[in-house]
Design a protein around this ligand. Structure first.
Ligand SMILES: C[S@@+](CC[C@H](N)C(=O)[O-])C[C@H]1O[C@@H](n2cnc3c(N)ncnc32)[C@H](O)[C@@H]1O
Length: 425
């Protein structure tokens, strides 16, 4: 739990929220970088990413409608303005959130709370054009829909990346005017979501305040995510990372290197290589978005071996397990359908990967990171390193039981970890 924070700054921030609400000028209040330790918040779920509160009228009474965003769900809760502001003040006083933002037309008030509990308030102007270019939000809020219409025009998506960033133009995501090219809208949503997940993971990892960190993107392809991570870390967070894309295809490496050269980017590189042989000197964050089949296992293995603090991957084409899969009684009549076999193979592969990460000393989550309408490769495995390393016998036993039940002989990640002595023989 953080130290007590400077109450005057918190009171000033809450007072500005109260005034903006009373004057009908509050667009939204956003709380980010949750530090844990509040029982009423912890009861809602794990891995809170941010809380976005918007003014709404319910039965003629001003309320704040809060959307609590977690990696796998959004929870909407409404409370009368005074009670909600009291709660915000209490959380901020306790240092539960490191940053809070009040958005009004043309202005943003930011409260920042340092690790030592020192709080400061900054007021900045918002460019009207930047506000206009943000696409619509789409956050759930069904219960208040009817009465929220007055605030509807404020429902703008707060994205961590901005469409105006030059790398997006170079990669063909935006046009020369910084407008999203319609054919790239799915990719745009994916990389934004990926950055959101990375942002939350970073905040609760040992890298939370690290200025210099090495991020490696395996199977980086055309580099959308690699550039996005570099841009977000340098431009938005002001850090000094080294971001490396590793890609098998020389033509894609040349293409991405061309973008680095064109933009004169520092702290970024592309290497032509095979994830099965690649060994970086340091590795703090391992990412792999849709690295094919067992390339994901090799990437995870490399992350574990290098002691990466965060391992973040969205697997694709699960080919290894399916031919080995037996149809054990009483699942046989269900698994005789090809589609069920494919689904079972995918679930088993990613379930075993998650257990192996747990056994290797990571807190691991598997979740849908973007809705199916944007991509069917929508599963995310997120692992953040715990203090304790080393295999847990209980988890290793669970893995053996699952393999025995389905008659699985080989799983790539398990074999790699065993060969390294990172799992009991
Ligand atoms: C489906 S694409 C994903 C590209 C990128 N991550 C994205 O999401 O936009 C997978 C990429 O992984 C690369 N790849 C496949 N196996 C690899 C390996 N063993 N080592 C390095 N790259 C690999 C492929 O060449 C391809 O560019």
């Amino acid at each position: 739990m953080s130290a007590p924070v400077t109450q005057a700054a918190v009171q000033r921030f809450v007072a500005q929220c109260r005034e903006a609400l009373a004057a009908g000028r509050c667009e939204r209040v956003v709380l980010v970088s949750y530090q844990g330790g509040q029982s009423d918040i912890d009861a809602l779920g794990q891995g809170l990413q941010r809380v976005t509160l918007r003014p709404v009228m319910l039965k003629g009474v001003p309320h704040l409608s809060a959307v609590w965003r977690f990696p796998t769900k959004d929870i909407t809760k409404n409370a009368p303005v005074a009670a909600q502001l009291d709660a915000i003040g209490r959380w901020l006083d306790a240092g539960a959130f490191r940053n809070a933002h009040l958005h009004t037309p043309g202005q943003e008030v930011q409260l920042a709370i340092s690790r030592k509990g020192k709080a400061s308030v900054r007021v900045g102007a918002v460019q009207p054009d930047a506000a206009k270019s943000r696409p619509s939000d789409g956050e759930p809020g069904a219960a208040v829909e009817a009465e929220a219409s007055a605030a509807a025009h404020n429902r703008e998506k707060h994205r961590l990346l901005s469409l105006s960033r030059p790398f997006l133009r170079e990669l063909g995501v935006t046009d020369a005017q910084g407008r999203l090219i319609p054919a790239m809208s799915r990719k745009w949503k994916q990389i934004n979501k990926f950055i959101e997940v990375l942002s939350a993971a970073l905040a609760r990892s040992r890298l939370a305040d690290r200025d210099r960190l090495h991020v490696v993107d395996f199977g980086s392809g055309k580099g959308y995510l690699t550039f996005a991570v570099h841009d977000w870390l340098t431009h938005s967070l002001g850090r000094h990372p080294q971001v490396t894309g590793v890609e098998l295809r020389a033509d894609l490496v040349a293409l991405c290197q061309g973008v680095i050269d064109a933009l004169g980017l520092q702290g970024m590189a592309y290497e032509q290589g095979d994830v099965r042989q690649y060994t970086p000197e340091t590795l703090d964050v391992m990412i792999a978005l849709h690295a094919c089949d067992v390339a994901t296992d090799y990437a995870i293995h490399l992350g574990i071996r290098a002691g990466a603090e965060i391992i973040l991957c969205s697997p694709c084409c699960h080919k290894e397990i399916r031919p080995q899969l037996l149809s054990p009684h009483p699942l046989r009549p269900i698994l005789r359908h090809g589609i069920h076999q494919a689904q079972e193979a995918e679930m088993l592969t990613d379930g075993l990967r998650a257990l192996l990460l747990d056994a290797a000393g990571y807190d691991t989550q598997v979740f849908e990171f973007i809705s199916l309408e944007h991509t069917n490769k929508n599963k995310m495995i997120l692992a953040v390193r715990r203090e304790q390393r080393g295999a847990s016998d209980e988890i290793v036993r669970q893995i053996q039981d699952i393999k025995a039940f389905y008659g699985l002989q080989n799983q790539c990640l398990e074999a790699l970890l065993r060969a390294d002595g990172l799992l009991p023989a």
